[in-house]
Design a protein around this ligand. Sequence first.
Ligand SMILES: Cc1cc2nc3c(=O)[nH]c(=O)nc-3n(C[C@H](O)[C@H](O)[C@H](O)COP(=O)(O)OP(=O)(O)OC[C@H]3O[C@@H](n4cnc5c(N)ncnc54)[C@H](O)[C@@H]3O)c2cc1C
Ligand code: SF4
Length: 325
Amino acid sequence: MRGYVFERPGTVEDAVRRSGSDTAFLAGGTTLVDLMKLEVMNPGRVLDINRLPLHGIDVTADGLRIGALARMSEVAADPRVRRAYPMLTQALESSASGQLRNMASIGGNLLQRTRCGYFREVSTPCNKRRPGSGCPAVEGENRMHAVLGTSGSCVATHPSDLAVALVALDATVRLRGRDGERTVPLREFYLLPGDTPQHEHDLRPGELITGVHVPGLDWARHSLYLKVRDRRSYEFALSSAAVALRTAGGTIVEARVAVGGMGTRPWRLPAVERALAGRPATEATYAAAAATAVEGVRPLRHNAFKPELMKRTIVRALLELERTR
Ligand SMILES: Cc1cc2nc3c(=O)[nH]c(=O)nc-3n(C[C@H](O)[C@H](O)[C@H](O)COP(=O)(O)OP(=O)(O)OC[C@H]3O[C@@H](n4cnc5c(N)ncnc54)[C@H](O)[C@@H]3O)c2cc1C
Ligand code: SF4
């Protein structure tokens, strides 16, 4: 690990004033410290933000507000979240491990970096880590990599489970920088790799995530997050689906569907949602709708199984959701 300046600002204003392009904010440190040890990230200044008043969870008339420093385990265990947005609890509880979730924050989870092995190995080229150096994953080891939203420059998946559920719920992130505050839909916050995979999100240099807002959606109490992975715990998603259905008399009125492990960012599936709406809530409907999920997929040499896995994950998630009613 390289040397750096370490500071502990006491206010959001102070944190923002001290931050810049060479700064990293330290929340739980469960990703940042790892990447600093590997010398994948080498910030000149680390600002420990844990003293900032960005903790807490509030259920308000217009939805759910989660502070950027709320811990993953705290949000997952909150009875109000558990009751109103089960897919959030399930996404969090299927992430990382109990110890990591106790340390890791919501803001840090949304800004974790990809788990592409080439990205984490500094002796190899990687366009995301060193722009213009190449992408060995396109022809190399790419079983875990993306089939949606890829480019010739980068095919890495976005790793956060929580982000998939939040995208399904139309959540927004609150940001604070030197130019003031702004709010961005999470769905637009993450950028496609294109020719600049080093730019992963719409966060300006030195800008801080202060919190997340999940709009009120009363039928989200009928929601579910299903994660398919190589091991039952302590493993990133090979495939995942966040689903919610509003039904009336056995007919689907409205649906929310997003998938993880497939895209270069958390992937909402409006075509699947449209194919579900107005149809009977049956396995045949789920299968027909899930078939539209694979439009535009571009499998790689080692992950040609992923489109089929995506369809099955969506159908299984919808069937499991039906069983929880
Ligand atoms: C072994 C292992 C397994 C894991 N498995 C999963 C999994 O299955 N699913 C999953 O979703 N995650 C998984 N994770 C990732 C884990 O969830 C993240 O490490 C964690 O959420 C990051 O939170 P943190 O608070 O520790 O972030 P930090 O490590 O402190 O920060 C991460 C990044 O976010 C930036 N940052 C943090 N907070 C803010 C803020 N408020 N504003 C601006 N920038 C900020 C930091 O500067 C840094 O770049 C795993 C991690 C490990 C180590
Ligand atoms: S897939 Fe992306 S992160 Fe992985 S090596 Fe290629 S450029 Fe780097």
